[in-house]
Every structure is written in structure tokens, then in C-alpha cells.
Design a protein around this ligand. Structure first.
Ligand SMILES: O=C(O)CCC(=O)C(=O)O
Ligand SMILES: [Fe+2]
Length: 360
């Protein structure tokens, strides 16, 4: 009888709950990477000194006063240029809705494993939406300390609701509502970022596919408690392939940004949403806005959950390249033209080859 070889991703939640004191070797990072790893709670204490991720207030952009609007654009431009990441406050999403989103996501992950497995994705057959854990994608077999749930949330016509969690029963309603609200923030941020580049305010949204084609993918990252946080990573160092990424979390620290030659741990800023510049925006802006290297630490005390929403152009419809307005004799194009799909393949190729220290 022929046996089918299936690669089953181990669920980190099961490992974490098994009571082990030492993590399996696949989760142990290489020695060079381990030098500056640590428990996220310890690292965030150290972050009190040193550089901080900028906090940007978006309220100014709605002001009737042109000066106030301009100051807001400048604040965002500076953060996107120097850091490529910022905490946004007064983003406009009702805080009760953010709380509901956190609640339904947590309730899904609180379900028994067998129930979550009914939503398992199947990466080998291209079914990437659903419940999953990282599959080793290089020879070292290196794994990350997290499970996740991944699905499209916007535009609604493109959603496949049949793969969304049915439990808790309000998951769908709350998550859809959040998707709509976040799309309004995306519109606004792309306006601000366009103006920051001296472009007309609708430019970046259109270049990325606009209301019909720009996709918003939600990834709920679930990082169980880890007995050896100084050996593991929840998410290894990477830049996001998206145009923009938004992150909410359950106020447990973990996110680190590579800035000024060292890892800076993000503080938990109440009522804020984190926004990253991703590779696509770095390309369109000809490198003016930076797609930064970041990673996720784990800890010994608390489960961390984060909600990452990746805003992406369609895979093949658009050729991404530095915008004409930003290319001149003295500032040549820094990136060759490529579709989003080609960009993904290019990055995967570099990664499987092992030279992933400076992704892009
Ligand atoms: O959990 C986080 O804070 C970051 C997650 C992340 O970088 C990602 O999912 O791409
Ligand atoms: Fe990321």
C-alpha cells in the first residue's frame, strides 16, 4: 500500500502545555542569533532607556487648520523615513471594537485543539488560509514559537467566509466590522504618506489597487508561554512583504525593531495601533520610506496574541516600481520592476538559500 507523506506542523500550544522544561532543538535559534535574545518582559524593562518607536497622533489630519494637517503629515513622514514603524494614536477605530476583536480572537484560541484543527490550513496544497503553524522551509528545520490563524478580511466580495471561525459566534460580525474600520485607516494613512512624498493624496492607494484590489489579510499570532525564551523566537527577523502592516496585541510585549544597529523592544502603548512600512511601499517610495527588520520575542509568564493585518497589492495585476515622480537624475530607481508575486518568490529564494540576513 502506498503511503502518502504528509508534513504535519506541530502545534506549539500542545508543546507548551506538555510541561516541558527544555524546548525541542528545532526551536533553538543558532548561536549567533541567541546572543541578544531574552524574555520579552525583561527586554521591555531595558527599553525604558534608549531610542523609542515614535508615537504619532493622527487626529491632526482631520483638522480644518491647514498648518495642523501639515504638521501631522510631517510627523508621519519622519517616522516612516527614520523608523519605518510607528505607534498611531487617535486612529479613529472605536476602542470598544478593538476590545471585541481581542475578545473573539482569544476565545477562538481558547477552544480545544481538536476544534481548532477543523480549520487547519494545508500549505502543501496551497490552502494557506486557516489555522496553522510554521513548516520548516529550509534545511535547518528551524521553527518558530507560535501558532496562527490567517484569512482575508477585505474587500468583502473576495472573502471566503466558510473558512472563518464559527466559534465564538460573534467572530464573523466583529472581524468584518473591524476590517471595514481598518480600511478607513488604511485610506487615511496612504493619503498622509502620499502627501509626505509630495504626491497627490490618492496616489498610493490607487497604485496599490484601491478599494477593489488592495487586499487586507489578517494573521492572528498566538505565542504560547515559552520555558526558554532566551533560546527561541516567536517570529524570526523579517521585513513584511506588504505595503503597510497594522498590529494590535493583548498588551504583552514581544515586538522588536532593528534600529541603529540594535534591537529596540516596542513598549505597549495603550489605545494605539502599530503600523509598519512594508516592502511594497519601500519600493514605490524609492526607498524613502523604510521596510524595517523586526522579530517577535516570547516570554515565560504570559501568552501573547497579536493581530497583524497585511495590506497587499494584487499578486499579478500591478508592476511595483519606484514612482516616476520620485526618480530623477540624481536619484535613480533603487528597485527593479516586479509584480508582488515575483517579489514573494524572490524573497523565498533568498531565504531557502540561507542568505536571509538582509532580506529584500
Ligand atoms: O506579533 C508581532 O508583534 C509581530 C508579528 C509580525 O511581525 C508578523 O506577523 O509579520
Ligand atoms: Fe512582520
Amino acid at each position: 500500500m502506498a503511503t502518502k507523506v504528509v508534513s504535519v506542523a506541530p502545534r506549539v500550544e500542545i508543546l507548551a502545555k506538555s510541561g516541558i522544561n527544555e524546548i525541542p532543538t528545532e526551536y533553538v535559534r543558532p548561536e549567533s542569533e541567541r546572543l541578544d535574545l531574552g524574555d520579552a518582559f525583561e527586554e521591555v524593562k531595558k527599553a525604558a532607556e534608549g531610542p523609542q518607536i515614535p508615537v504619532v497622533d493622527l487626529q491632526g489630519f482631520d483638522s480644518p487648520d491647514e498648518e495642523v494637517r501639515r504638521a501631522c503629515v510631517e510627523e508621519v513622514r519622519k517616522a516612516a523615513t527614520e523608523w519605518g514603524v510607528m505607534h498611531i494614536v487617535n486612529h479613529g477605530i472605536p476602542l470598544e471594537l478593538v476590545e471585541q476583536l481581542r475578545k473573539v480572537g482569544k476565545e477562538f484560541f481558547d477552544l480545544p485543539i481538536e476544534q481548532k484543527e477543523q480549520y487547519a490550513n494545508d500549505q502543501s496544497s496551497g490552502k494557506i488560509q486557516g489555522y496553522g503553524s510554521k513548516l520548516a522551509n529550509n534545511a535547518s528545520g528551524q521553527l518558530e514559537w507560535e501558532d496562527y490563524f490567517f484569512h482575508l478580511i477585505f474587500p468583502e466580495e473576495k472573502i471566503n467566509i466558510s473558512i472563518w471561525p464559527k466559534q465564538p459566534t460573534d467572530y464573523i460580525e466583529v472581524t468584518k466590522k473591524f476590517g471595514r474600520q481598518l480600511r478607513a485607516v488604511v485610506t487615511k494613512m496612504l493619503e498622509v504618506l502620499s502627501l509626505g512624498l509630495g504626491l497627490e493624496e490618492g496616489k498610493l492607494d490607487r497604485e496599490l489597487g484601491g478599494m477593489e484590489d488592495l487586499l487586507m489579510q489578517l494573521k492572528i499570532n498566538y505565542y504560547p508561554i515559552c520555558p526558554q525564551p532566551d533560546l527561541a523566537l516567536g517570529v524570526e527577523a523579517h521585513t513584511d512583504i506588504s505595503a503597510l502592516s497594522f498590529i494590535l496585541h493583548n498588551m504583552v510585549p514581544g515586538l522588536q525593531i532593528y534600529y541603529g544597529g540594535r534591537w529596540v523592544t516596542a513598549k505597549c502603548v495603550p489605545d494605539s495601533i502599530i503600523m509598519h512600512v512594508g516592502d511594497c511601499l519601500e519600493i514605490l517610495s524609492n526607498g524613502q520610506y523604510k521596510s524595517i527588520l523586526h522579530r517577535g520575542l516570547v516570554n515565560k509568564e504570559k501568552v501573547r496574541i497579536s493581530w497583524a493585518v497585511f495590506c497587499e497589492p494584487p499578486k499579478d495585476k500591478i508592476v511595483l516600481k519606484p514612482l516616476e515622480e520620485l526618480v530623477a537624475d540624481g536619484t535613480p530607481a533603487k528597485f527593479p520592476p516586479r509584480t508582488f508575486e515575483q517579489h514573494i518568490q524572490h524573497k523565498l529564494f533568498k531565504k531557502t538559500r540561507g542568505d536571509f540576513k538582509t532580506p529584500n
